[in-house]
Design a protein around this ligand. Sequence first.
Ligand code: NBX
Length: 811
Amino acid sequence: MDLRQGIGLRKLGKTAEEFQQDLLSNLYYRRGTTVESASARDAYETLSQTVRDRLAERRARTAAAHYASNPRWVYYLSAEYLLGAQLEQNLLYSGTGEIAAEAVKALGFSIEDLEDLDIEPGLGNGGLGRLAACLVDSMATRDIPAVGYGIRYDLGIFRQIITENGQTELPDDWAFQGNPWEFPAPDDRQTVGFYGHTEPVPGSQTRKVWVPGEIVLGEPSHMLVPGYGTETVNIVRLWSAKASEASFDLSRFSAGQYAEAVQEAVRAENISKVLYPDDSTELGRELRLKQQYFLVSCSLRDIIRRFRLRNEGWDGFAEKTVIQLNDTHPTIAIAELMRLLVDEYELEWDRAWEITRKTFAYTCHTLLPEALETWPVHLFERLLPRHLEIIYLINMLFLREVEARFPGDDDRLRRMSIIGEEPRMVRMAHLAVVGTEAVNGVAELHSKLLRETVLDDFAELWPAKFQNVTNGISPRRFVRIANPRLSDLITEGLGTDTWIRDLERLEGLERLADDASFRERWQAIKRANKVDLAAGDPDSLTDVMIKRFHEYKRQQLKVLHVITLYHRIRQDPGRDRVPRTVLFAGKAAPAYHAAKDIIRLIATVAATIEKDPVVSPYLKVVFPSNYNVTLAEKIIPAADLSEQISLAGKEASGTGNMKLALNGAITIGTMDGANIEIRARVGEENFFLFGLDAYEAANARINGYFPHRYYEHDPELRAALDALGSGAFGESGQRVASSLMSWDEYLTLADFRSYLDCQEQVEQAWHDRERWTRMSILNTAHCGFFSSDRTIADYAARIWRVAPVPVPHDD
Ligand code: NBX
């Protein structure tokens, strides 16, 4: 299908000369400069445009192919996307890496120089946002017609600076120099209402008219999401809030009240100003709910617009549309679709409800009760009065259904209600379960615990609704791009590069684990990656813990281990030891003081060890600032040991664990999240397991948990906690110790001894480098399952019931 035909457009060339021509013409006509005077930024912008044009052409063909086949579309609704840097990815996916490198050389630059100017859009917090990015990558790679919807925050996740004083936060104005990867689409802008009141419609029981008190515009732009090894290019559409013209108060302006004149406009545009840093303790804040409704309202209208381009009649809507809710953040979409269908399109309530339930599916990403979103009823009532009425009606009809199944069980009704009492709250997870066709957890254990604990009543009512879809990661970004050396060796070893699209082929590496020369090369690559990272001695064991800071993830357990190693070395300086570089990276929510204390403590411990000539030859702690996707791509290929030490039953899945294992790091971890599935695949002899399991952990308090007992019975633990308590590692250390000694919410002390013993096994294995390297290769070989391409195949088959729509080549 050549869409250029008829309008006489020239085909973009595939040769180095043609690429160079296009680059120069972009430099001249779009950038307005010449080869002689081009700056690095000119070269970067021009290269990006030249690469982008090649994907834009594929995008046009994709849109045409999708339109022609009128498939069931997948719409992924997510408040967060951590897409990572775009240039290198788009060079790879457009197959222009080599010719581009040649062409920019002619401008006097290297691709690497220009990649440094390619700033990643940090539009997410952590795992959930990065998962969204991996899933859209895999939807395109699997030829699934899909659009990702999100918010274009002006300020992404804060920039972090680590000093001896811990974490400081700076605003992340990621697009201040522009974003060459973005396509504005002002024609598709939408209007969003807030506040106001509702009015009855004469003669109708269910319809209402909502008269909003504030109007805001949503303006979309999109980023291209190419598939790898296929023609498909999907999009992620991001909404920016813009003030409507009416919000500028000309009369005030004329009266000289300039600030007041724009006040309302500023308030409107604040909606997409900043990403909320995930605060598990954060209470409902109005602006956050506004963001959520803004995303949902714009996206649903866009989805309906797209549906009506091609279809008539609401009966076909759910057949042509599936909307996946990435956690509860976009769950208000259920009430919004009901509002649109009932109030605006005048459907009967029951028919609208049937359509709505068949359209949505919900993915849950947590088990922490405090992370289940709720909103105060009074806030809802003020901000979204019509949606609250709709939720009340949904709830009434739902509770009637429960009452019919379990007559007289008032306690069950209270537990299951979408509205919680005292204080009155809207429970978004309940709305998400009631209003969808499928609910899934993100790893086997997580899905099981959802059914058995947090959502047990719902699983009893609707067992078939609950599913598991184990998370996955993009092998392109986290192996091929992040670790080119290893990728080349894998390709050579397997004799093909098809593993990049078909990751289970890594199984073919199993036999190479017994080949001494292959092992030697494998080991040399790990070393070279460590040299590149330059975090410590490349011959030391590189022990990495990279993830958001949260008490349940237990960075504090790792710190207790480091302090114990420090004590051991000081006590017996003459002994031969395994040199270790312990690398921490990650951000803490700015208001999460306990997590920030742990960061400050790590910084203090690092400085203390650095200054100690007895200890520093064996132990080094590093904490690079500003962990993000770009930094992860540098650290992961250099890791020997992957720390996945959350308290069992708390980490829904983890995805860093998959990235590290695929790059040949060996996991030390608990029976939590996807660790369990990694261990089952790589084999228990290739995984360092320790600690309580989820059932033991859940029972610990019931049986009486006293952290002090562990302190008393374990001299090394006592020494570490005493050192913290004495103030030797600052006030943050004292606070961390006191929290562990008094309550220890995440059973750190209970798992301490088991963790330390397990670390001894790690060191024994490390001594036998042939054995270690074998384990490393087998980790990579057996982790093909954790490709997000497999995750998407699961969603497509079991949740979405959609099939691929291949896009024809242009020749
Ligand atoms: O989602 C994470 C889980 O903790 C991981 O176990 C899991 O692997 C990953 C993908 O399924 N959750 C997560 O990253 N949550 C957030 O970032 C978050 C953001 C905003 C918010 C609450 C949580 N209000």
